[in-house]
Ligand binder design. Structure first.
Ligand code: GAL
Length: 388
């Protein structure tokens, strides 16, 4: 009897107290492509297949973009008579399993979106109350990544609600990266480490440098809101400052370059969000810059931090493995800047380093000698420092 009581108590603690999460699925920040930033709900299976074909051929898959995530808008408005979610038959006439198989056959993993509330932000069925059934359905389709939104959540408690879906994914038995999209409302960085692999830290990004809407904002404000969050990120639990707008019409080339550099400095998930069918070569060059990606994906898993800020200048630093560092000077002002680099200011970088300019793609000196840099408005100078 005592033994039974003990086991029951243990089961109770396990089922109510501890979260379960598949470990080791996101030792570096996830990379891929997501449909939302460009296509919103105007998605269909041919677009997703074509995007996979392009990424497999243009070097993006090779560079590490291995998740293809279908965001909001994939569902029919009603569950079926058994309570299962149903893909919209007009947009996905061959069903989700066939699309997942296609994407897998091309060498990618497949991601899908739904919502912890009763409906998604666009009124499609949400997961609330159906978590275990939905998780089993995703697992049966071969889904590898779930982005779980926060619209229409009513009075639900965020931690409890996200934990329920996390437990459901775990119980379904298929390792699925769990991406919490709660917009940073209740500081998921303080409670989601054992529930998910990444969590949004802000409202939605939009493709402008410094605009602000009711729910969305440009990269400049998003960057500002990441300051101080670095201590919460690490392998398998990342801060997510939202997906990339690189290459989208509202950003200049310099702004796309800054956006990408800063997301790499922040060890952010790199989810491209542009229309790959019309991508310009200079945008592909940004997205596939190996040294920039290596900064993001560095195995030490440390998010960079703001080292210094002046009215129109920010200096970001990121510690890398093997005693190396990344450094990013960002001109947030509307005029070009000339900055004198004084290596002595970076006391935490011990010893001498060779300095590689990530966008010029060449070595530009060593830290034994100071120099001036020119930074155009909204642009960056992005360095990798390798210990000599
Ligand atoms: C928002 C989310 C966006 C996108 C959208 C879909 O809440 O932040 O990234 O998923 O919902 O409706």
């Amino acid at each position: 009897m005592k033994k039974i009581l003990f086991i029951t108590a243990l089961l109770l603690i396990v089922s109510t107290g501890f979260s379960q999460k598949f470990k080791g699925l996101a030792l570096t920040p996830p990379m891929g492509w997501n449909s939302w930033n460009t296509f919103e709900v105007k998605i269909h299976e041919d677009l997703i297949k074509e995007t996979a074909d392009i990424m497999a051929a243009n070097g993006m898959l090779e560079a590490g973009y291995n998740y293809i995530v279908v965001d909001d808008g994939w569902e029919a408005m009603q569950r079926d008579s058994a309570g299962n979610l149903v893909p919209d038959p007009a947009k996905f006439p061959h069903g989700m399993k066939a699309l997942v198989d296609y994407v897998h056959a091309k060498g990618f993993k497949f991601g899908i979106h739904n919502c912890a509330g009763r409906t998604t932000c666009n009124g499609f069925p949400g997961g609330r109350g159906n978590e275990f059934q939905d998780a089993r359905l995703y697992a049966s389709w071969g889904v590898d990544y779930l982005k779980y939104d926060w619209c229409d959540h009513g009075t639900a408690d965020s931690r409890e609600t996200y934990k329920t879906m996390g437990d459901a994914l775990y119980a379904a038995g298929r390792p699925i990266v769990y991406s919490l999209c709660e917009w940073g409302n209740t500081k998921p960085w303080e409670w989601a480490k054992d529930i998910g692999h990444l969590w949004r830290t802000t409202g939605d990004i939009t493709d402008c440098y410094a605009c602000q809407g009711e729910y969305d904002m440009g990269m400049k404000y998003i960057i500002q809101s990441q300051i101080g969050l670095e201590k919460y990120a690490g392998p398998d639990h990342w801060n997510d400052p939202d997906m990339l707008e690189v290459g989208n019409p509202g950003l200049t080339l310099a702004e796309s370059r800054s956006h990408f550099s800063l997301w790499c400095m922040l060890a952010a998930p790199l989810m491209a969000g542009n229309d790959l069918r019309i991508m310009k070569p200079e945008i592909l060059q940004i997205l596939t810059n190996k040294e920039a990606i290596a900064v993001d994906q560095d195995s030490l898993g440390k998010q960079g931090s703001l080292y210094m800020e002046h009215p129109s200048k920010q200096i970001w630093i990121k510690e890398l493995s093997k005693g190396n560092w990344a450094l990013c000077y960002h001109n947030t002002g509307d005029q070009p800047l000339t900055v004198r680099i004084n290596w002595k200011h970076f006391g935490m970088m011990l010893g001498e380093f060779t300095v590689y300019d990530i966008w010029k793609q060449k070595e530009v000196g060593t830290t034994a000698k100071n120099w001036d840099i020119e930074i155009p408005s909204h642009d960056v100078v992005f360095y990798k420092l390798t210990k000599k």
